[in-house]
Design a binder for this molecule. Structure first.
Ligand code: IMP
Length: 188
């Protein structure tokens, strides 16, 4: 089965290829844009993008929206994660967290729109902690400041296969492959 991935992020594209191809899903890059609406949940952003792109005639594609949620900041930056990364970055997040609880979680909502399988979303969650200083050069975004639960290394210090095993996106990919399998009902 082949699905287009709507993204302008080459790191995400590589993560999807590495995560989904062993699960039998071939990933094609679709360099198209959607307007991310300002709303409370990743799922609403994803559903709105699915509708916009479907309305523009696109089919057999998937996209995701992800965010870092910090309970000591009442869930901030959450759906504002991209804006915060673009304005204050990892350094700014570390400053914001001085003296506060460092527990955090990443969430990734993937939406699929397929002629054969219909439309659905799945959400993967990776709980962890924000460290005190940036560590590592791999990955992207908040990877240098996030350590997944039960581990010592930040996502930026891991290779992509290890990040995919533990990450919000990797977990969402497993749910995605499972849901595709269920909807195919054994068809290949
Ligand atoms: P989006 O899903 O591309 O909209 O991401 C929202 C923000 O979260 C962006 O600033 C990304 O850099 C960041 N982000 C998304 N996924 C990850 C990830 O896997 N690791 C680190 N940061 C991420």
């Amino acid at each position: 089965m082949k699905l287009g991935l709507v993204t302008s992020n080459r790191h995400k594209l590589e993560e999807y290829r590495q995560g989904l191809e062993p699960l039998g899903v071939e990933v094609e890059h679709l360099d198209v844009d959607c307007d991310e609406i300002q709303t409370e949940t990743l799922q609403d952003v994803v559903r709105s993008c699915l509708d916009q792109l479907k309305g523009a005639g696109l089919s057999n594609f998937m996209l995701d929206d992800s965010g870092l949620f910090v309970p000591s900041l009442n869930g901030f930056p959450g759906v504002y994660s991209a804006y915060i990364m673009d304005t204050i970055g990892c350094r700014g997040m570390l400053r914001l967290l001085e003296g506060l609880g460092r527990e955090a979680r990443f969430e990734c909502c993937i939406g699929v729109c397929s002629d054969e399988l219909g439309e659905f979303t799945v959400t993967g969650v990776s709980p962890g902690m924000i460290v005190r200083e940036e560590r590592g050069t791999g990955g992207f975004g908040y990877d240098p400041i996030f350590v997944p639960e039960g581990h010592e290394l930040t996502f930026a210090q891991m290779d992509m296969a290890s990040k995919n095993e533990l990450s919000h996106r990797g977990k969402a990919m497993v749910l995605l492959a499972r849901e595709m399998e269920r909807r195919m009902g054994g068809r290949k």
